[in-house]
Design a protein around this ligand. Sequence first.
Ligand SMILES: Nc1ncnc2c1ncn2[C@@H]1O[C@H](COP(=O)(O)OP(=O)(O)OP(=O)(O)O)[C@@H](O)[C@H]1O
Length: 251
Amino acid sequence: MSGDTPVLRVQGLQRRFGGLMAVSDVDLAVPAGRVLGVIGPNGAGKSTLVNLISGHLRPTAGAVMIGDADLTGARPWRIAQAGVARTFQIVKPFRGLTVADNVTVAVMFGPARIRSRARARREAEEVLERVGLGGKGELPPAELPVADARRLELAKALALRPRVLLLDEVLAGLRPAEIDPALRLIDELRGEGLTLLVIEHIIQAIAAVSDEVLVLHHGAVLTQGPPDEVLGDERVIEAYLGHRYTRKSGS
Ligand SMILES: Nc1ncnc2c1ncn2[C@@H]1O[C@H](COP(=O)(O)OP(=O)(O)OP(=O)(O)O)[C@@H](O)[C@H]1O
């Protein structure tokens, strides 16, 4: 991905939990309108990496840059103000609000600061339609099945009108037929110039949407490069895939 100025840049990023190095000396750079897929076995440090970028965890060492701004160790709201939005693996809607109100609040109090409730509501409805939750705005989030709860997470993140979007397993729980529209949406967002970091266990999905794939293993970068190259790498197969990945067989 070299050649373009990165919108998201991480240098020497490290996070220790007691004696455990959860993220160790990670470097990455994602230019505008590109998708970096992040894969790795359970416990490899993927969510910790996202938490460090979004400010939900402070790094032990290293730097997080958004454009020209050094946001290392900044609070989550400041990082959101800089245009970074994220989803959480464990969904966190406001339980007392409807689905549409959850997204409206994000529009009104996010960096866009749209103060007109009516306008914010319209924008929320557009976002809900976009993620496949059209017509479900009046439901309480607790009534949503898992896949829809993840769509709501994505809607709340998009409502912040981010320039960097961090997706932590948004495809988990989707049925096979629901995965393609979700991938198309990621591709659309990419086409609109959004910079994305996508954590995903579904290898076909990662291969389909990513410009580059980064493999984390025991907190460190095992390898990084174009999807076909990375997914065919013997070390990745051994550490993570357990078998040879081929697009054709979909294995
Ligand atoms: N707050 C914490 N305190 C202590 N250890 C933690 C904390 N958060 C994560 N860890 C540990 O750090 C390591 C990396 O965890 P992380 O959740 O980032 O992995 P992951 O790659 O996202 O895994 P998964 O695919 O299962 O979500 C794990 O060993 C985990 O137990």
